[in-house]
Design a protein around this ligand. Structure first.
Ligand code: ZN
Length: 356
């Protein structure tokens, strides 16, 4: 399976928070080729590979869940009211295609919207609210949703296929965070080659329920008790019209090293080490920050503390049906993760955790 086939498989998989089963199966299939796979009791999955039995436990985690929805209720006529899973801006939703999974199977629907002709002038200026939106699965008269048997709690995901745009830019739903899953899988593949000898105990993981509050990362930390952890996820590209920060976080800027987010200020020695490795290996990278959280936010406060860092990939239009990334940035992120796996040893851990 080549890289674009892997991207297709991962981004098109059905997996909103709490319903990651399909993604977990994909991760399991890939990870079992080179690692010893287990799961925690919330559903996060991890593949273990021993480089040095006395080396530090290094955890690399990408979350498997995507933002999606859940059936809230079915109206008398058979329209579906829904709850958001994860952070959605309602304005990106009207007229978008979605896939609903019920006990009868998978069914397509469209998020309903009023055409401008039917809107009052004042309504056009009002922002949409999610609770006023609904999904139309093909309602005709009183022939509504009975045939699909939708029930509260049934999961819903955006429909958005993997597509190549110009200049090596790739579009898909759920780059957040199947890109982290792809990095984990590609690193695992290299364990029979380039990464066969690494000076640590390596844990390559896919976590659940990141988008609703870093929940799977908490329980996974309990399972592994890591010495060092990296969350691999998306960051934000600002190189779009009207953006002020377009000189730093942009397509082509390589791997993102997060110096701040709403859940963590990273261990400074670890952050500096990562930048040093990137420089020495000639890996394109940059420092950035964002409002929001990463799995590292939950892991770094586990027990007496786990030095952690979030690594990202500049992305545009995340938390929508069509996000995009630049493939060269992905390669930089993957190379940085691989370089860290090769170099994170006991001496480095001692240095990082020494507080004067
Ligand atoms: Zn994410």
């Amino acid at each position: 399976m080549n890289r674009h086939e892997l991207f297709t498989e991962l981004t098109e998989a059905f997996g909103p928070s709490g319903y990651e089963g399909d993604v977990r199966k994909i991760m399991k299939r890939h990870l079992s080729a080179t690692t010893q796979v287990s799961t925690d009791r919330l559903g996060s999955i991890v593949g273990y590979h021993e480089g040095d039995p006395d080396g530090p436990k290094v955890l690399i985690a990408g979350h498997m869940d995507e933002v999606g929805f859940m059936v809230k209720k079915v109206t008398k006529k058979g329209y579906i009211r829904f709850l958001p899973i994860g952070g959605w801006w309602p304005q990106v939703l009207p007229s978008q295609r979605v896939l609903i999974r019920t006990r009868k199977g998978e069914f397509e629907g469209i998020i309903g919207s009023k055409p401008p002709h039917a809107m009052k002038e004042a309504d056009r200026k009002k922002p949409l609210e999610i609770e006023n939106l609904f999904i139309d699965i093909g309602v005709v008269g009183d022939k509504g949703a009975a045939d699909i048997d939708a029930r509260p709690g049934d999961p819903i995901v955006p429909i958005g296929n993997f597509r190549k745009l110009q200049n090596g830019v790739l579009a898909a739903k759920a780059w957040d965070n199947r890109i982290g899953c792809a990095v984990v899988i590609e690193a695992a593949r290299d364990l029979t080659g380039d990464l066969a000898k690494h000076p640590n105990r390596l844990y390559l993981a896919g976590t659940v329920q990141e988008e609703v509050g870093l929940r799977g990362a908490k329980t996974l930390a309990g399972l592994i008790k890591p010495d060092i952890a990296f969350a691999v996820d998306v960051s934000l590209a600002h190189d779009i019209p009207d953006s002020e920060a377009d000189d730093v976080e942009k397509f082509g800027a390589g791997a993102a090293v997060l110096v701040h987010d709403s859940t963590m200020i990273p261990n400074v020695a670890l952050r500096d080490f990562v930048c040093e490795v990137a420089e020495e290996e000639g890996i394109n990278h940059h420092l950035t920050s964002l409002r929001g959280g990463y799995d590292s936010g939950a892991i770094h406060v586990y027990q007496d503390g786990v030095p952690s860092l979030a690594l990202g990939l500049p992305s545009r239009y995340i938390h929508s049906h069509a996000s995009i990334i630049y493939e060269e940035d992905y390669v930089a992120l993957l190379n940085l993760v691989k370089a860290l796996i090769k170099r994170m040893d006991s001496a480095k851990l001692a240095e990082i955790t020494k507080f004067a």
